[in-house]
Write a protein that binds this ligand. Sequence first.
Ligand code: FES
Ligand SMILES: [Fe+2]
Length: 387
Amino acid sequence: MALFDALQKLKDTASGPFEQATGSPPELYTSPDMLDLELREIFEREWHCPGLAADIAGPGDYVTFSIAGQPVFSIRQKDGSIRSFSNVCRHRMMQLLEGSGNTRSIVCPYHAWTYGHDGTLRGAPHMEKSKGFSKKDFCLPEVRTEIWNGWIYITLNQDAAPVAELLAPVNDLVAQYRMDKYVPCETQDHVWQTNWKLLTENFMEGYHLPVAHKATVGKWIGLDDTVFPDQPNPHFTWQTFTKGETATYGRAADANDYLEGRWRYTTFMPTVFPAHMYILAPDHVWYLSLRPKGVGQVHVRFGVALAPERLAAFPSKEAALRDLVTFFDHVNEEDRFVVEGIYKGAHGALAQAGPLSFLEREIHDFQKYLAIRLCPEKSGAAKVAAE
Ligand code: FES
Ligand SMILES: [Fe+2]
């Protein structure tokens, strides 16, 4: 099936009733043309999350990321704000920073052009004979940045609506957890052998939890308690579920005096389209932020932060970390197994997706999102990609 036909099929299932929805056609996960279209129509236009504001708490703390192939970094300023910039030197385009850390200034590892935290070029050795050269002409391009409930969001799109506006309908839901006070415990970067959308879809549905995660989180979840929003939203989707008394993680610590009633054991699980998703529980937050690395690979940034009162209940931070990281590594491996397995399965000549369970409602929401951005009526982009 050509990509154009696969997109038509996506549009058909997205515009039909959920009760008749099926999974998406395999070509949407395996076609390099589909990825080109997604990078152009989605990744270059949307907000992306490189991590938690608390990951870069002090002046000069930075974290690197990329948006549709554009290297970027976010850095804490002396005044406490966070700004983001192109991570590409204005001399001969060397990548400036790697990973995360702290720096007094940003020094290019190639010829030592040096930038301030505000992206201005402060030093450029041996440039005095270059006619007309002026440092003020070579600042790093700034990338739009917003902080929302403790998350950093960045976009290359000057025209994108503000995050605070897009996510306003869930602001109160998120804010009640006081997630901006959570303490980051672990961040890891991985590359998984799958298409990015398979991981997004996997995260959104609880249907697989009792099976694929039976050894870990699956046994704690009350699937019958799953709640979805009344109306789908074009920018995100979410569900809430509860965790039982035997759950190791997911319930408010005794010292939590701000969550009440069922919210003390309820988890809020949003996916901010296209690729930021998290599990926000009364005692921890666990997130993924995805970037395609070709059609069959995805960069996965995974992070965990603990509510301060939960952290305080451990004998030591080291003990908390050891316990937590081992546990979530295990959960991630369970997910990696299935999303890499689906990617292999989608290449089969006989591969075809079947109907969805009511627990996969958000996959249908995601299909609607993809159809709006990628299908021909919107921009003609899909047609171009198919030709
Ligand atoms: S490329 Fe950065 S200083 Fe030359
Ligand atoms: Fe999972």
